[in-house]
Write a new protein. Sequence first.
Length: 236
Amino acid sequence: MSLHIGVGEDGTVVQFGPDVLHGPEQLWYLDQVRPFLENPDSTGPTLVARHFPRVWRLPDRARWQGLHLEYGILELIPGMLGREWPLFPLHLHRGPRRTPFSAVIEVINGQGGVFMQRVGSFDRVQEASVVWVRQGDRLLLPPGQGHTVMNVGSEPLVVAEVHSSDTVVEFDEWARHRGAAYYFGPQGARQNPHYRAVPVLKEIEAELLAPPNPGGHDLYQGILARPERFHFLHPY
């Protein structure tokens, strides 16, 4: 059986099936997101995002733990934060000994943008790209690239993410630069002046970053059905 997740009747909250367990809900408020915004005094909804770690059906818990993988759910509210789309702050996945780790995401509801950047020495951004996604899209997020997720639509953006259970998520380095190399809103993308150098922004089609085929399943069930295809997420 797959994992049953739906958007509530009020259109604002994720609803889980009765047999679904998850870790403590993590709430992201506007004040927590301000360090990553173009204008830290931007106004907007008080609650920006909800994150549910370690989501699984009770009968599947041992299998996920045995694979050393975590499945989580992120919900981003619609609307605006000043002149930017609501976002989950830029972050980087690392493993033991600070090894860069990858992740796979799947859009469950809504429309969004995924921005990725790779930073070299002396605060110079070497790569900057954005992928526009919608319900059903899946992306492989390459190791060593910071990424942020934006809600560009009029309904909640709900995204599933799978990564190694050894993953450590780093935010502080990007807050020092006031977020990502580009800020995004309905008027387009604007460069962040807090980096020494920022390259031209590339737009990438979602198909070019598609992860291994989960064999006709959604991401949750696909990993359980074909775990060997996702071994790269936990390479130890």
